[in-house]
Design a protein around this ligand. Structure first.
Ligand code: NAD
Ligand code: GLY
Length: 359
């Protein structure tokens, strides 16, 4: 097992990464503060992993909420099911919420933990690649609004992240690729060495080679932990973690939640950010093609859906947490491995890069 640390003073916490961690009771129980716990999971993950987690709770008073599965259920209505369970069990401020599932479960449970009685303990047990490399770490919690993704949320850190890589054996190939999109992101935004490694090892990742997967998860979490430790509330460099996301969220919202997977939107968004960076003269066409090729290799989409017009797309992009004073701020590339945030760009160039293709 590898242990990383998210360094946030007295709110620091460990990330455990390894195989068969769900079988180790103490990894979980040592982080449960009070004498009650609520496991939140969904109808797909529950039959696979719920018993493994539940068996460790022993004498701790506990209950389970099983939510419907899908991005379209990451909303305020479904969030209420968590509050209902907490209140009907009379769980108090010392209770611990345990998120068992992918990023949807992690985000909605995290928001419930941030808001129930103004904040209770939270444990993240991510079971998708995407949630193990990104969403379970760093304390962003949220639900969607029909007009914009993740628009209602809070920064709220967990007590621990337990990433059992054995759970990835039951993940389907499309979801694996979706997670790889966020892995690719770390290389592009600030880790050129990792980008090089990914070019060499993409096939191994797709074949679920255990050591390649373990390395990709560790390196991604290291990158994320470092950025979050330096800028927890996104007043500066944390925004770089949103490379591709403003474009991607527009696709996810515009197509209807759940149609495009989060990683698929991010993958296409990263290509669009690369094209925009090229139009601005920062990177070459060869760089755009290198990025696009890596994303294609990961079996991810690289072109925005035809159904979205440039005008509609920009309207969707305008509902983004990076918008300041009405201007969309973009994460662009100075070079592969070097991202920056800017509101200094030409609107026409942005319009042009929405439906164009390179390579
Ligand atoms: P997801 O939670 O929808 O999980 C994907 C699918 O895999 C679901 O059908 C789920 O039930 C299933 N699943 C989960 N674990 C499984 C397993 N081990 N075996 C088989 N099936 C399994 O999607 P995701 O990609 O994990 O997360 C996407 C969400 O994360 C989005 O809502 C996105 O906005 C959010 N996100 C948040 C952050 C953050 O910092 N908080 C970062 C990135 C993404
Ligand atoms: N996924 C972006 C962030 O955590 O900041």
């Amino acid at each position: 097992m590898i242990t990383l640390n998210v360094d946030l003073g007295d709110r620091s916490y460990p990330i455990y990464i390894g195989t068969d961690l769900l079988g180790q009771a103490d990894l979980l129980t040592q982080h449960i503060a009070g004498n009650s716990a609520l496991i939140v999971t969904n109808e797909t993950v529950a039959p696979l992993y719920l018993e493994k987690v539940k068996q460790h709770l022993g004498s701790i008073k506990h209950d389970v909420v099983i939510l419907p599965d899908g991005e379209q259920f990451k909303n305020l209505d479904v969030l209420n099911q968590i509050y209902d369970a907490l209140l009907s069990n009379q769980f108090d401020r010392n209770t611990t919420l345990i998120a068992l599932g992918g990023g949807v479960i992690g985000d909605i449970t995290g928001f419930a933990a941030a808001t129930y009685q103004r904040g209770v303990n939270l444990i993240q047990i991510p079971t998708t690649l995407l949630s193990q490399v990104d969403s379970s770490v760093g304390g962003k919690t949220a639900v969607n609004h029909k007009l914009g993704k993740n628009m209602i949320g809070a920064f709220y850190q967990p007590k621990v992240v337990i990433a059992d890589t054995s759970t990835l054996n039951t993940l389907d190939d499309r979801q694996l690729s979706s997670g790889i999109a966020e892995v690719i992101k770390y290389g592009l935004l600030g880790d050129i060495e990792f980008h090089g490694w990914l070019k060499e090892h993409m096939k191994a990742l797709l074949h679920r080679d255990p050591s390649a997967l373990a390395y990709a998860i560790e390196r991604s979490c290291q990158n994320k932990a470092e950025i979050v430790s330096a800028d927890e509330k996104e007043s500066g460099q944390r925004a770089l973690l949103n490379l591709g996301h403003t474009f991607g969220h527009a696709i996810e919202t515009g197509m209807g939640y759940g149609e495009w997977l989060h990683g698929e939107g991010v993958a296409t968004g990263m290509v669009m950010a690369a094209i925009m960076s090229c139009k601005m003269g920062n990177i070459s066409e060869a760089d755009v093609c290198e990025i696009k090729h890596l994303i294609e290799l990961a079996k991810l989409p690289t072109h925005a859906p035809e159904a979205l017009t440039a005008k509609g797309f920009k309207k969707l992009m305008a509902v983004d947490k990076k918008v300041q004073d009405g201007k969309i701020r973009l994460i662009l590339l100075n070079a592969i491995g070097d991202a920056y945030i800017t509101d200094d760009y030409d609107e026409d160039q942005l319009t042009d890069c929405i439906n164009c293709s390179y390579c």
